[in-house]
Design a protein around this ligand. Structure first.
Ligand SMILES: [Zn+2]
Length: 131
C-alpha cells in the first residue's frame, strides 16, 4: 500500500500543463495562446489529469533520429479525461493487447540518453491504468 502510494507520487513531478480559455472554457494541450474553439486570447494555465483512454494507436517501426534503439514501439493518440488529445508513446503493454478505449495513465520515463556523457532525457509516456 505505502509503496504503491510513493510510486504514484513520484510521477506527479512531471505535469501535463495545458491552457483553459476563460471565455468558453475550452481546454487545450499543448498550451495555446489563442483558443481553437472561439478565437479568444484569454487563457489561464490548467493542470490536466494524467489519465485518459486510447483514441487510436500504431506501431512505429521507423522511428525518428535518436529513438532507433527503442523501435519498434507503440504510439497512441490518448484522449485525456479533461478533453484534449495527446500524442504519446505507450509503455508497459504488449502491442497485441492495446485496444481503442483502453484506460491509460501517464508515467514519467526515460525517453533517451543523450551523447557520451549520458545526459538522460525524461518525458511522459502512457501505460494501461490499473483499475
Ligand atoms: Zn475559447
Amino acid at each position: 500500500m505505502e509503496i504503491s502510494r510513493n510510486w504514484r507520487l513520484r510521477y506527479q513531478r512531471y505535469k501535463l500543463e495545458g491552457t483553459k480559455c476563460t471565455d468558453c472554457g475550452n481546454i487545450s494541450f499543448p498550451p495555446r495562446r489563442v483558443c481553437p474553439r472561439c478565437g479568444s486570447e484569454n487563457y489561464v494555465p490548467k493542470e490536466l489529469k494524467p489519465e485518459g483512454e486510447i483514441y487510436s494507436y500504431a506501431l512505429v517501426s521507423s522511428p525518428p533520429e535518436h529513438f532507433e534503439s527503442q523501435a519498434p514501439y507503440p504510439v497512441a493518440m490518448v484522449k485525456l479525461v479533461d478533453g484534449p488529445i495527446v500524442s504519446t508513446q505507450l509503455t508497459d503493454v504488449d502491442y497485441n493487447d492495446i485496444k481503442i478505449g483502453m484506460r491509460v495513465e501517464m508515467v514519467t520515463r526515460r525517453l533517451r540518453t543523450y551523447g557520451n556523457n549520458g545526459l538522460i532525457i525524461y518525458g511522459y509516456k502512457f501505460r494501461p491504468k490499473e483499475e
